[in-house]
Design a binder for this molecule. Structure first.
Ligand code: NAD
Length: 480
């Protein structure tokens, strides 16, 4: 099956520059958008998501070959609407000028911090949650008073085309613009002199984005990937942990940046845990091939990459356990890949070196809990970390010894769904935060403003300095 081509009407880089120039000009010409205007923009977006919900779910289904409609509703549409509602509700408080203290020698002056829009925000988004990961940054940038240019992934062309249609129906291009295209357009896009650029995607491409943005000194928010571990503690509820990790790995067929990448399990519980994961998968997916609840792999390239990871693991001594309850023959052309356990996984296997991003779960045994944290710490800092244990002190031990972008305890992925929590990676899993308040801050400049008042004491500090001024300065030093 050929790879899906990007729609033909993609813009050349000169046109992108012209649109950026038009957005910058419009930004400078208009006054800063009021709270009411920003709320109106957000309401327009929410209205369109509701009105086009079915079309959006269908577009995502077309892009994946099969995308669970329930997953699209929960993880793309509901999350976007809930995120926008949260922003809209709190925006007035976030926009408020904040009064700050003034050093006593400057009395009676006044100081404050204003949240100012930066100007034009660039957003580059991936294919795995093609709507949510494009629309949340767009909504957040608008809420902070910016204009936005979006470049969605070429691997979800139906969703990209529908988003472009929706956005162009809601906003003029000098306010919100959606480009389309693949790496070449992405590379040209990332070289544009945005006032801020949010990129969501792989760590490798993230490095290129940061290099390109550095030429314009454009600040970047990098939402990257990596291997997010699930640590099953020695006193965890093993069956609960297995069922939640199984769900996290199968949701969107594991094509989730915060999916549990691999599980670290006490050596003595390994077989029981693996059996419970397999049982959970069999229960959720009695069939796979025609099952609308089980999402397909996005394209041939990723299907081949995942098959390659399994071949490599098998060659290197891995025990590969595909869980295909009805023993169906799965046609590779339809890209449904059975959820698969890998036991005896070793660090030299490719699946322990790169982000899996598919329905494959290596299970790694450990002895003492400190070994599990050490295993995590020997690798780049993950985007998410999951720890399962009934004993709070064991949870605390893991949390204090490791550092990840975010954490969910006794479940997977749900920290991302909390609108009031910041979201972002650390180290190789990214930099900068968005969602909620942190998102508003990421797309704003915190401007320091000092208001001088008269009369004031500053007139005294002027050459020629008077002899008695030194006496006052010495008293001030002692005063602190
Ligand atoms: P990707 O890095 O291949 O592509 C992301 C976007 O960058 C796409 O729009 C693509 O067209 C564009 N792009 C590709 N090459 C480019 C270049 N040279 N210059 C500029 N832009 C370029 O990522 P993907 O395959 O779409 O998504 C999967 C990756 O994204 C995984 O690593 C996953 O963990 C990560 N991800 C992270 C988050 C997060 O929030 N942290 C969310 C989803 C996915």
């Amino acid at each position: 099956m050929p790879e899906k081509a990007a729609p033909a009407e993609c813009r050349a880089s000169e046109e992108l520059s012209a649109i950026l120039a038009a957005q910058k000009q419009a930004f400078l010409a208009a006054s800063e958008p009021s709270l009411a205007e920003r709320r109106r923009d957000l309401a327009r977006l929410s209205g369109a998501v509701n009105a086009r919900a079915e079309d959006l779910a269908s577009a995502m289904n077309a892009d994946f070959g099969n995308r669970s409609q329930h997953e699209s509703y929960v993880a793309e549409l509901y999350t976007t609407l809930s995120g926008i509602r949260h922003i809209s509700r709190h925006l007035g408080a976030w926009m408020k000028t904040e009064r700050r203290g003034v050093n006593r020698v400057f009395f009676p002056a006044r100081a404050e911090v204003r949240a100012r829009p930066l100007g034009v925000a660039g957003v580059i988004s991936p294919w795995n949650y093609p709507f949510y990961l494009a629309m949340m940054p767009v909504a957040t940038a608008l809420a902070a008073g910016n204009r936005v240019m979006l470049k969605p992934s070429e691997f979800a062309p139906a969703t990209a085309a529908l988003m472009a249609e929706i956005l162009s129906g809601l906003f003029p291009p000098e306010k919100v613009y959606s480009a389309c295209g693949g790496p070449e357009v992405g590379a040209a896009f990332s070289k544009l002199a945005f006032d801020v650029l949010l990129f969501t995607g792989s760590t490798g491409v993230g490095r290129r984005i940061m290099a390109a943005a550095s030429l314009n000194l454009t600040p970047v928010i990098l939402e990257l990937g990596g291997k997010s571990p699930a640590i099953v503690g020695p006193t965890a509820n093993l069956f609960h942990a297995a069922s939640r990790i199984a769900l996290g790995k199968a949701f969107n067929a594991g094509q989730t940046c915060v999916a549990p990448d691999y599980a670290l399990v006490p050596a003595e519980s390994l077989e029981t845990f693996a059996g419970a994961v397999a049982a959970a998968w069999r229960k959720s997916f009695p069939t796979l091939a025609g099952n609308p609840d089980y999402t397909a792999i996005i394209n041939e390239r990723h299907y081949a990459r995942l098959s390659g990871l399994l071949d490599d693991a098998l060659r290197k001594g891995g025990r590969i356990i595909p869980v295909n309850a009805a023993n169906e023959k799965l046609d590779p052309a339809r890209r449904k890949m059975a959820p698969t356990l890998v036991l005896n996984a070793s660090p030299d296997m490719a699946l322990m070196q790169e982000e899996i991003f598919g329905p494959i779960l290596p299970v790694i045994p450990y002895g003492a809990l400190s070994e599990a944290s050490a295993f995590v710490n020997a690798r780049p800092r993950p985007l998410a970390l999951y720890v399962f244990d009934e004993d709070q002190s064991k949870v605390s031990e893991v949390l204090s010894r490791t550092l990840s972008g975010g954490v969910t305890v006794n479940d997977v992925m749900l920290h991302v769904a909390q609108d009031d929590l910041p979201f972002g990676g650390v180290g190789e899993s990214g930099m900068g935060l968005y969602h909620g308040r942190e998102g508003f801050d990421a797309f704003s400049h915190k401007q320091a403003v000092f208001f001088q008042k008269t009369p004031n004491a500053q007139g005294l500090l002027r050459p020629p300095y008077q002899a008695n001024l030194m006496k006052i300065l010495k008293i001030l030093l002692r005063w602190g």
